[in-house]
Design a protein around this ligand. Structure first.
Ligand SMILES: *[C@@H]1O[C@H](CO)[C@@H](O)[C@H](O)[C@H]1NC(C)=O
Ligand SMILES: *[C@@H]1O[C@H](CO)[C@@H](O)[C@H](O)[C@H]1NC(C)=O
Ligand SMILES: *[C@@H]1O[C@H](CO)[C@@H](O)[C@H](O)[C@H]1NC(C)=O
Ligand SMILES: *[C@@H]1O[C@H](CO)[C@@H](O)[C@H](O)[C@H]1NC(C)=O
Length: 415
């Protein structure tokens, strides 16, 4: 089955299909919060509400905003009741890491802030008791670590700027190392950092107490592919796999991760295919974006940017002009081998879905449309992995580039 376009879409509220309910049925309202970062915008909290009273309606509204993560907030990591925000600080030599306390009404209060190497774009919690935070710095070619035991007093631990031995296959994008993500493996013992400029994935071991890291042998990927993000999965049989999305060659690559007795790692590639799946070419100019596994571990979804390959109804219901959209592409994961089978291509809700995430039970997916100043929430069938329809959309000023649900936990892979 092909799901190429969207179904009806509305502005802030639209009617969702629902079973018949008597007119006297009580109103049931459920709400969940989302946190969003936006370049040249704010760090904001959105309120997604569904209300059932006869028919179901859903809405997305702004609940709180703060400018305290600087002008170019690029990424959020939630750890307990603290939200860590990175300011990519375009045009500056250094970025920053800012911690926020989260209050029940969604308001965010700045606790502490420290400098990073330039252009931070991704962070992950690591170390004993989650006392460390590792940061990948795209623009400044670096990797930073911090002690976050006290979120009100973040302490820098270590920082390195990588060096490129020679310019890569794509000189415009691979003129320097560009670490694009910091992520922990499922054993919690290795930090990984895909480096778009260097065509490799840095791997670090670390002391869980002092938080000091040391480089291990990196995973070298195809020249010119531009590794952007990875996600890990431990299959029911105990096998660990990792999936990589490459931004420059628009591939999804699957590797078996072998944990060797001597404490080192090795990798065997078992899957490679385009971001659109094995039977469809990727449009010229596309750039692979995010790659995430659904909370039930059964589906893999990727975003592709700069395509405008789909056409959807305008979110302004009074405007009959349709708008272009980039896609989200979903694959089913074979639970024995990790092999991927194409399931669906669905409109992301506009242009440049740099990031998206699932809610904890996998019934919703939220996407940030960086070049359309919009955040959308899409309903999803967790059993089939299929995205169903736009539940709600909201204009978010600037370039919304990252969105997470507050109810997801780190196992939901949203954080
Ligand atoms: C979200 O919206 C619901 C419904 O209007 C409201 O009851 C709730 O207080 C809102 N939450 C926040 C944090 O604004
Ligand atoms: C600022 O960036 C430079 C070079 O990228 C780096 O050496 C320095 O440590 C950074 N400052 C901070 C506070 O991280
Ligand atoms: C209708 O939508 C199109 C596409 O987004 C836009 O260019 C146009 O300005 C809109 N028209 C009105 C009247 O808002
Ligand atoms: C992986 O899945 C695809 C699509 O279902 C199938 O064509 C292919 O044979 C599978 N590969 C392996 C090694 O099982």
């Amino acid at each position: 089955m092909l799901y190429r376009g969207s179904l009806a879409a509305g502005v802030l509220a639209l009617t969702l299909p629902s079973v018949y309910a008597a007119p006297s049925a009580p109103r049931h309202t459920k709400s969940s919060l989302l946190y969003v970062t936006s370049y040249e915008g704010d760090l904001s909290t959105l309120n997604f509400t569904t209300s059932t009273h006869g028919a179901s309606t859903a809405s997305l509204q702004s609940a709180a905003t703060t400018t305290a993560c600087g002008k170019y907030p690029s990424w959020l990591t939630k750890a307990g009741s603290t939200l860590y925000c990175l300011d990519e600080a375009w045009g500056s030599n250094n970025g920053s890491l800012v911690s926020f306390g989260i209050s029940k009404d969604g308001a965010l209060t700045k606790l502490s802030s420290v400098g990073t190497i330039g252009g931070p774009v991704s962070a992950v919690v690591y170390g004993e008791g989650g006392r460390g935070l590792a940061v990948a710095d795209y623009g400044g070619s670096g990797f930073n670590t911090y002690n976050i035991a006290n979120p009100s007093n973040i302490v820098p631990v270590q920082g390195d700027v990588f060096v490129l031995p020679h310019v890569g296959v794509n000189p415009a994008r691979q003129e320097a190392p560009h670490p694009h993500q910091a992520i922990l493996d499922p054993t919690g013992k290795f930090l990984f950092a895909p480096d778009l400029g260097s065509d490799l994935i840095h791997i670090f071991t670390f002391d869980p107490v002092t938080l000091k890291y040391s480089p291990a042998t990196p995973l070298v990927v195809a020249p010119g592919s531009g590794p952007r993000h990875i996600t890990f999965l431990t299959l029911p049989g105990g096998k660990t796999v990792l999936y990589l999305i490459t931004e420059l060659s628009n591939s999804i690559v699957g590797y078996n991760v072998n944990y060797k007795a001597d404490g080192t790692l090795s990798f065997d590639q078992f899957y490679i295919g385009g971001t659109h799946g094995p039977s469809e070419a990727v449009p010229a100019g596309a750039g692979g974006g995010e790659i995430l596994i659904s909370p039930d571990n059964k589906f893999l979804t990727v975003s592709s940017r700069h395509e405008g390959s789909l056409t959807i109804n305008n979110f302004d219901k009074t405007n009959s002009t349709k708008i272009p959209s980039d896609p989200l592409i979903t694959f089913a994961i074979d639970q024995k081998s990790g092999n991927l089978t194409w399931v669906q291509k669905f409109a992301a809700g506009g242009m440049t879905p740099r990031h998206f995430s699932f809610n904890q039970d996998g019934t919703l997916l939220a996407a940030g449309l960086q070049d359309d100043a919009r955040v959308v929430v899409i309903s999803r069938d967790p059993a089939t992995g299929v995205l169903k329809e736009f539940a709600a959309a909201l204009h978010v000023p600037g370039m919304p580039n990252f969105v997470i649900f507050s109810d997801a936990n780190s196992k939901g892979r949203s954080f």
